[in-house]
Design a protein around this ligand. Sequence first.
Ligand code: 5GP
Length: 219
Amino acid sequence: MSKLYVVSAPSGTGKTTLNNRLMTDFPSIEIAISHTTRKRRNGEVDGASYHFVTKEYFQTMVRHGEMLEWAEVFGNLYGTSKREIDRIFAKKHHVLLEIDVQGCQSIVRGKPEAVTIFILPPSIESLWHRLEQRGTDKLDDRWRRLMTAKEEVEAGNVYEHFIINADVERAYAELKSVVVDGKHSSVSHNEGVTHCESLIKEFNTSPFLQDLKKKFDGN
Ligand code: 5GP
């Protein structure tokens, strides 16, 4: 039977790399293509990376009840259409939703059988450096992504499985073991929540992050 997986991660945690690898190795797992009002980035393909639509088009879909879930992230609208899920289920494939924490919360309410996975960075400082290396976002965008990461981590206890991506090979093995083998991740729910708490503590106490905070928030 087709299953529904939700994989979320703060921006820059390596989620796309891990999910794409899973899809290549296991063609019966498909990532649902979301609709978004955000601008296309270099290298992104309409209809493959996302369905890039206008705000009016998106809002009409919402009004017509065509979205399974949707949320506003970084000032843009993102959503999973019911039609996209039906398209994948019709092939008897499994669906992987690469969505944010708000999206996961609404999926869990409507489809409690969904398997939910939260990929976390080992530390916030490492996340900042990964965003820097990725080089796709301007400095203040990176700060905004880091602040959103804090909010996401604060809501982390909604997830069943946690993967800490300190090493990509190990993280991939964990993801495979949850999605393909149906096992529990090696990080227990309590350990995952504790890791989320330590990331929040780092936000509030790390001198490196306090310096960044002064620079961007002026306090
Ligand atoms: P990005 O702009 O970097 O591609 O994605 C920004 C955020 O939006 C990521 O956290 C991503 O998981 C989330 N996102 C992408 N598609 C959807 C969607 O359909 N629904 C929700 N709720 N979030 C999404």
